[in-house]
Design a protein around this ligand. Sequence first.
Ligand code: ADP
Ligand code: MG
Length: 342
Amino acid sequence: MMTHGSFAVPYKVVFCLTMAFLIGCVAAQPVTQPVVSKRAQMHMGTLVTLTVVAPDTSVSEQAMRAGFNEIKRLEQLLSTWRPDTELSLVNAEAGRRAVKVSQETLELVIRSLDMANLTHGGFNIALGPAVQAWNVTERQHVPDDRELQKLKPLVDWTSIQVNRVAQTIFLPRKGMRIDIGGIGKGYAADRAVAEMRRAGAIGGVVALSGDIKTFGMLPEGNGFPVGIQHPRREGELIAIVELKDEAISTAGDYERFFVQDGVRYHHILSPQTLQPVRVCQSVTIIAKEGVVADGLDTGIFVLGPEEGMALVESLPGVEAIIIDAEGTMTVSSGLRDRLRTP
Ligand code: ADP
Ligand code: MG
């Protein structure tokens, strides 16, 4: 995420909320019936779709506004393609000084480091220099491997210095660069949900492209159905799952990629080789928090199907669908009975 907005991102997780589609925009309803409304805007370089279930249209409007405002506010702190954000300043001051940041930026970096620990470094927010060298989003080019290897000392996430008391972040080497593309949308979804709730919404969905967080229920008491995209057949779903107070996120090799000399190059990199990882086609994670679902999908994509699924089974409240490099699908034990065929 937070790459330039002109890049067309095909959906990997398709949010298929039938009720909201039928009702469309805010519709007047009897006082006792909650209203369901849905609206989309472009933020963080991606399509952001909010769905709100609210007691009345005025609360619905407030919740919509609160959700979009929160996402816009976070983008101003966290985007790394704008030079004037907090995180861009942290990157610009690498090797020079610690930068004082907001609670939100600090929290996202701390949660990112938690995800790195959990995935034994598979998830790595210090990969910025390598992500830039590839820049799969903007151009189709394979960087020279010797040049990539020179970046290795700069991608050491264990060297990132976070001072919780002083509320500062310091990247100790010049050229280091935090990249939150693998976790920021999930984090933004969590925070937008919190604001929508505070504004009075009783249920809803925040979807930043394929990073989706749901809360509450639809008026008839159902959860929110979400479709999971087939990694090789565009537009085809592999399953539908109903979510209640859960987030879902998918990392896939089919979203941002190019093919050169028969080789598929995509945007999820191995922190070891700094090359695109080739052990999975897609990893979908369901968790209570968006920040966990988004961080883990990228980290587990790197760990691979076996180690990744073992990690998922060890984490309470986390479920996964992993499709390995050959196209074989594995579903975590707690999710098997919840999947519906599309
Ligand atoms: P998206 O939903 O935007 O496709 P993902 O959650 O799949 O995001 O993460 C991919 C993005 O994460 C990349 O575009 C890059 O910015 C960043 N990234 C790539 N490899 C890693 C990694 N091993 N650890 C953390 N972030 C990564
Ligand atoms: Mg991710």
